[in-house]
Ligand binder design. Structure first.
Ligand code: FAD
Length: 423
């Protein structure tokens, strides 16, 4: 990445953030003839997009939290190694976000969220196929489906209810008995009673490599990359001026795609304060586990996912509320290995395993912000929470469409994802 700082640059659009959302958007924008500069304080793909679970999770049309979680919440919060952790010192900061989350669990906003997630997810696979075909790398995505397994007999009712709810939302889903699971994933334990198979899902073999391949294609298409931290900015008559740690970058438009770090720049440019927080998540990468699973498998009871990747098996999950500044609690990543015990006939080998933590960018209604504001000078694409990889390609298509439309033709507002739902 270049360090060169420029002033009075002739850029059509400056994309702030080189995660999967920013680079997918940058490539699409360049493809329609715009002169694009991408600015990131780190090398591309070193934020949340580096270590996610790689699951093209089109089946996840329900937000992670629903009313049923409330009953289990106290017990979950008391377990420091459980799937959900709150750093109690962070509670005062997180409280307003939690209050908004609770309000969004009421039936009408909940249904709005489901409709919003569904609309993005239904377009996600097609959008990824187009994006990977564009860079001639279709092999990065395995369209093999994914499986949600259960082990306890008493979970059967819950899984059947989930299947019925998903079918109501037109999610392709099949119930698999334990024998069917053992045929395709013979290494899984006898304990597994059955599961839901989602045929229209898949997994990426290396999410970080996907970012790198998109960056290479973008560079080849003329996109410039700057390694700078954007510290603020303001609107000008003919565009936007960004202030970085190394100078100024001017552009006709800016796209804010800084993931969990997007609130400050959004406030500086639009004057709007948005309730963006982070659900921190962890992974443990097992390099010596190459061929244990044919596709991504999630455990209903243990609440984590295992994805077969190019460099081994990735165990991922957990939600931790502790903000952007507290150090990671890597014990939570190692806990994923302990959680896997009993799920396989032979325990997973954790030798040379590497732990990782990343910041999911999360808004309290579980929908991203994808919008065009300030007379088209500011575009927004962040807040994709647990689904940023899944929704990156479709987000890029929406942003490319928005960038092309001049105010005279009216704004292509996509109602559920608008910024002003919070202001
Ligand atoms: C454990 C875990 C598992 C996950 N599993 C999945 C999954 O299986 N499927 C799925 O779809 N999603 C998954 N996700 C979610 C997904 O990873 C995120 O939603 C997605 O990566 C967000 O992408 P992004 O580009 O918005 O943010 P990021 O990848 O975080 O990128 C933001 C970029 O902005 C840059 N930046 C921030 N501030 C500034 C600034 N001031 N100046 C310059 N640059 C700045 C950062 O350096 C960073 O590179 C998972 C997340 C986690 C943590």
């Amino acid at each position: 990445m270049s360090n060169h700082s420029t002033s009075n640059d002739p850029h059509d659009i400056a994309v702030v953030g080189a995660g999967i959302i920013g680079v997918a958007c940058a490539l699409r924008l360049a493809r329609q003839g715009l002169r694009v500069v991408v600015i990131d304080q780190q090398e591309p793909g070193h934020g949340a997009s580096f270590g996610n679970a790689g699951h093209l999770a089109t089946e996840q049309v329900f937000p992670i939290a629903d009313l049923s979680i409330l009953k289990r919440l106290p017990a979950m919060l008391m377990d420091p190694m459980g799937p959900l952790r709150l750093d109690w010192k962070y509670l005062p900061r997180a409280l307003p976000w939690f209050m908004r989350l609770l309000l969004n669990l009421r039936p009408v906003p909940f249904q709005r969220t489901v409709a919003g997630l569904r609309a993005l997810n239904e377009s996600s696979l097609g959008a990824w196929q187009r994006l990977l075909a564009d860079i001639a790398r279709p092999e990065l995505l395995r369209e093999d489906g994914s499986l949600l397994v259960f082990e306890r007999a008493e979970s059967r009712q819950a899984i059947e209810a989930l299947q019925a709810r998903m079918r109501q939302q037109q999610v392709p889903v099949d119930f698999w008995q334990s024998e069917a699971i053992r045929q395709v994933a013979p290494q899984l334990s006898e304990q597994i009673q059955g599961g839901l198979f989602f045929p229209r899902t898949g997994h990426f073999l290396d999410p970080y490599r996907v970012v790198c391949e998109l960056v290479d294609a973008a560079k080849a298409g003329g996109v410039q990359f700057l390694k700078q931290q954007v510290q603020g900015g303001h609107l000008q008559e003919d565009g936007v001026a960004l202030i970085t740690d190394q100078g100024h970058v001017n552009a006709r438009q800016v796209l804010i795609a800084c993931g969990a770090h997007s609130a400050k720049l959004t406030a500086a440019l639009t004057g709007k304060k948005i309730p963006l927080d982070t659900e921190r998540g962890y992974h443990l990468m097992l390099p010596h586990e190459q061929h244990r699973l044919p596709f991504a498998v999630t455990s209903l009871e243990r609440k984590f996912i295992m994805t077969p990747m190019a460099d081994g098996l990735r165990l991922a999950g957990t939600v931790e509320f502790a903000g952007l500044h507290r150090p990671p609690s890597m014990e939570r990543a190692w806990q994923l290995h302990r959680l896997s015990k009993g799920l396989f006939r032979r325990d997973l080998n954790a030798e040379d395993a590497t732990p990782w933590m990343g910041f999911r960018p999360s808004l309290p209604d579980s929908l991203p912000i994808i919008d065009r504001v300030c007379e088209g000078k500011v575009l927004l694409a962040f807040g994709h929470q647990h689904l940023g990889l899944t929704q990156a390609a479709v987000t890029a298509e929406l942003i490319a469409h928005m960038a092309a439309v001049t105010p005279a033709h009216g704004l292509p507002v996509i109602e559920p994802y608008r910024l002003d739902r919070f202001c």
